[in-house]
Design a protein around this ligand. Sequence first.
Ligand code: C2E
Ligand code: CA
Ligand code: CA
Ligand code: CA
Length: 276
Amino acid sequence: AKKRGRNNFQFFTHDLNRIADERLNLEAAMRVALERDEFTVHYQAKVDASRRIVGVEALARWTHAELGVIGPDRFIPVAEESGLIMPLTLAVLRRAFRDARQWNLGRAIPLMVAVNLSPLLFLGDDVVDRVCTALDDEGLPANQVELEITETVFLGDDTRAVSILAEFKARGFRLAMDDFGTGYSALSYLRRFPLDIIKIDRSLVTGLEQEEEVAMIASAAISLGKSLRKTVVAEGVENAAQFDFLRRNGCDEFQGYLLSRPLPAAQFTALLAAGG
Ligand code: C2E
Ligand code: CA
Ligand code: CA
Ligand code: CA
């Protein structure tokens, strides 16, 4: 038993070293990719109850020449830990604002473009200015932009988070609470924060057509959002049964593979042209 313990320990430290190495490699590769502007953005449609495209979420993508496709679930945490999250976010936002401006030039009703903001950005003192500068540079009005934030933004100094959100709101942005239903205590802040939109997390959508309890929680979350007069969006909608249930229960907007996968800009443009 002793011997096995020791081997396990060696195995464990070996693993940790490998993880640490990987992280450093990834961080170094990210710095290079940012300099070369290699991060791209994919766009996932948001539709209304009649399946018309009303908005789009910008999702960061990275294909490394040797490492291949690296998902945001891997590189966003590295960006957050290494201080690269601000430059990465600004690269994504600029691209998304530029694309949205093009799409909206030809539209009577503009698409809303949603971008994700890491809670860590709220720790610095310049997030509002930086986002607004990117917006002005790309010539997009703030009222065509939704900022998606997660509950963890309120874990630290929440007075500060409130004032930053109020500032964004005053500049004309719409604010969305992302991943609703996954956090620690999703309810008390709903009263204090100037949110326009609640995005029901995929974990409350997946399986709702099979498990009554999931369906009940999803419908309670929608009711809560609606009674607070928020726009309620469901993410991760993968089949017609889920879509119908969510629609019957009052959900306003829908996002998921049933409606569209996240697409490169050119393909999303084609999707819009085909009838969005
Ligand atoms: P999220 O904001 O909750 O984004 C939704 C994720 O669900 C996306 O994964 C999307 O591709 C995926 N998805 C959409 N519809 C479906 C569906 O019907 N079924 C399933 N199984 N999945 C679906 P993705 O693009 O891998 O992004 C993962 C997470 O990485 C995002 O979760 C977001 O938290 C983060 N992320 C992505 N881009 C950015 C960014 O530019 N900045 C920041 N801070 N975070 C980002
Ligand atoms: Ca999101
Ligand atoms: Ca989400
Ligand atoms: Ca989610």
